[in-house]
Design a protein. Structure first.
Length: 313
C-alpha cells in the first residue's frame, strides 16, 4: 500500500513537472519576443529542428533502425506527414504567435480551450450531442475565454485581436495535434512519432525561415540561453517528465496534473514580466483549466478515445 502511494505521488509529481517545463518554455519564448526582438516564425523553426534532431538521436540510440519503421507503409507516411506539417508546425507557430501578440499566460490559456474543441469534434463525428459533463466544460471554456479577453465588457478587448485569433487557431490545431496521431501512437512509441513529427515540422519551417535569418533579433548570450531553454524545457525535459508520469499513473491522471502549466505560466509571467493579472483574469483562467478536469474525469472519457492524452509538446 505504501509503495503504491509513493508511486502515485511520484507519477503525479513528474506529470506536474512536465507541465511546469511547458510553461517555462512559453515564458522563455516571451522573453525572446519582448527583449530579443525575435518572432514566432524564427523560434518555431529553431525549436522544431533542434528538438527533432535530439529526439530522433535518442530514438536511434535506444531502438536503432526501428526508428525509421514509420516510413514503411503508405498510410503511416501520410499520417506522419499530416501530423508533422500541420500538427507540429501549425500548433507551434500559432502557440508562439499568440504569446508574441499577448504573453505566455494568455497564449497558454487560450490554447487550453482546445480540449473543448475535441469534445465538439468527437460529438459531431459520432452524431450525438455532448453529455452533461461535456456541455458544462464547453460553457466554462467559453465563459472563461470571454472573461479573459474582455473582463466582462463586450465592448472591450483586453489583448489584441491578433492574439485572440491566433490563440484560437492554436486551440484548433492543438485538438488536431491530439487526435491525428492516435493510430500511429498505438502502433509506434511516442518518442519516434513525436521525433519525426518535430523533424518534419522543422523542415517545413526551414523553407519559410532559416535559423540564421534572425529577423531583427539579437542573439546575445541571454537570448541564446532562452532559446536553449525553449528546446530543453519545452521539449526534452517536459516530454520525458510527462511520459514517465503517464507510465506510472496513466495518461488521464497525468493530464490533470500537467494542467499546472497555465497556472505556472501566469505566476512566472507576473513575477518576471510584471504581467497585470487581476481577479477576473484568475476567474477566467480557473474556468478554462477546470474544463481539463471535467473532461478527463467524465465517465465517457479515457482509454485514449479522444487522442493521445498528451498536452502540447
Amino acid at each position: 500500500m505504501f509503495l503504491a502511494k509513493d508511486s502515485f505521488v511520484k507519477g503525479a509529481f513528474l506529470s506536474a513537472l512536465g507541465g511546469v517545463c511547458w510553461a517555462l518554455s512559453g515564458t522563455f519564448g516571451q522573453y525572446l519576443f519582448e527583449v530579443g526582438g525575435f518572432d514566432a516564425v524564427w523560434l518555431t523553426t529553431v525549436r522544431l529542428l533542434a528538438a527533432g534532431v535530439i529526439m530522433l538521436a535518442i530514438s536511434f540510440a535506444k531502438k536503432g533502425r526501428s526508428t525509421v519503421f514509420l516510413w514503411k507503409e503508405r498510410l503511416d507516411r501520410i499520417e506522419l506527414l499530416l501530423y508533422g506539417l500541420l500538427g507540429m508546425a501549425g500548433v507551434q507557430i500559432t502557440y508562439f504567435g499568440a504569446i508574441q501578440f499577448s504573453n505566455a499566460a494568455t497564449g497558454t490559456l487560450i490554447q487550453y480551450t482546445g480540449s473543448v474543441i475535441i469534445v465538439i469534434y468527437v460529438a459531431l463525428r459520432a452524431f450525438h450531442l455532448p453529455n452533461k459533463s461535456e456541455m458544462i466544460a464547453v460553457l466554462l471554456a467559453v465563459g472563461g475565454l470571454f472573461l479573459l479577453s474582455t473582463h466582462g465588457d463586450i465592448h472591450t478587448l483586453v489583448f489584441s485581436r491578433n492574439a485572440l485569433i491566433v490563440g484560437l487557431m492554436s486551440a484548433v490545431l492543438m485538438a488536431f495535434y491530439s487526435l491525428e496521431p492516435r493510430r500511429l501512437l498505438h502502433k509506434f512509441d511516442t518518442l519516434r512519432v513525436n521525433g519525426w513529427g518535430m523533424m518534419l515540422g522543422g523542415i517545413l519551417m526551414f523553407f519559410i525561415r532559416q535559423p540564421w535569418e534572425l529577423g531583427g533579433g539579437t542573439l546575445d548570450f541571454k537570448c541564446l540561453l532562452a532559446t536553449g531553454g525553449v528546446v530543453l524545457f519545452g521539449t526534452i525535459l517536459s516530454f520525458f517528465f510527462f511520459m514517465e508520469g503517464v507510465r506510472i499513473i496513466g495518461s488521464d491522471l497525468a493530464v490533470l496534473y500537467a494542467a499546472v502549466e497555465p497556472l505556472t505560466a501566469a505566476i512566472v509571467g507576473i513575477l518576471w514580466f510584471g504581467i497585470p493579472f487581476g481577479l477576473i483574469d484568475w476567474i477566467g483562467a480557473a474556468m478554462i483549466v477546470s474544463t481539463v478536469f471535467i473532461i478527463s474525469l467524465a465517465p465517457r472519457w479515457g482509454k485514449g478515445k479522444y487522442g493521445s492524452g498528451e498536452p502540447e509538446a
